[in-house]
Write a new protein. Structure first.
Ligand code: AMP
Length: 214
């Protein structure tokens, strides 16, 4: 199947960002990480960035209005993409459906990475990233060759402000309440591909690629 529009769905720390990097290469899709767009707004201290900083750092969701405006702009010129972190509420999912319908397009598949709460908290607490090139690491599951140094560009690695145990638990609660209903939403549309996200990174990648190749 010629896959043009894929959604990556899963709890925070389920591996969406990590897997997105492998999928985008194989399917030549633009990787759109909503969290990354929002963090960029905060780094640049834009009006939106200042408005969302508090909620982001507490692990709450940003309001649907703000997200929908950003995404409508972002998707307006794109045909093929991999959505990472959007939609995250039923309202956002319905907005996306309408947007695509108006263009006679549709989502081809929703890859749902299923992980347990313990795994989410363990992963989020050990997560590191490179502010220079965006590379992602984990101190146990995917450690850099040299402690706290990026393998790609040799810069010192950073920890996201919202990557701590307390916020991880909060983000999991938010996910279960607001985002998990999307699993049924896409299941009913026969779009859902469930992958066990508790495995090692390379096993998950292989399982996703094998399933998408079918
Ligand atoms: P992520 O990088 O995907 O883990 O997202 C980090 C944070 O960005 C989340 O905890 C939310 O505060 C915010 N965020 C990302 N995507 C969305 C979305 N679709 N709707 C609302 N808030 C979002």
């Amino acid at each position: 199947m010629d896959l043009k529009r894929i959604i990556l769905l899963g709890a925070p720390g389920s591996g969406k960002g990590t897997q997105a990097r492998f999928i985008e290469e194989d399917f030549d899709l633009e990787h759109i990480s909503v969290g990354e767009i929002l963090r960029e707004e905060m780094r640049n201290s834009t009006v939106t960035g200042l408005k969302i900083a508090d909620a982001m750092n507490k692990g709450q969701l940003i309001s649907d209005d703000v997200i929908e405006e950003i995404m409508a702009n972002k998707l307006s010129t794109l045909d093929a993409y991999l959505l990472d972190g959007f939609p995250r509420t039923l309202e956002q999912a319905k907005m996306l459906e309408e947007l695509l319908e108006s263009r006679s397009q549709e989502i081809d598949i929703v890859v749902y990475l299923a992980v347990s709460r313990e795994e989410v908290v363990r992963r989020i607490s050990g997560r590191r990233f490179c502010a220079e090139c965006g590379a992602l690491f984990h101190i146990i599951a995917n450690p850099p060759k040299q402690e706290d140094i990026c393998d790609v560009c040799s810069k010192e690695l950073s920890i996201r402000e919202d990557d701590n145990e307390e916020t991880a638990n909060k983000r999991m609660d938010v996910y279960l309440e607001l985002t998990a209903p999307l699993i049924d939403f896409y299941k009913q549309k026969s779009k859902l591909l469930e992958i066990d996200g508790n495995n090692d990174i390379d096993i998950i990648t292989k399982n996703i690629k094998d399933a998408l190749a079918k």
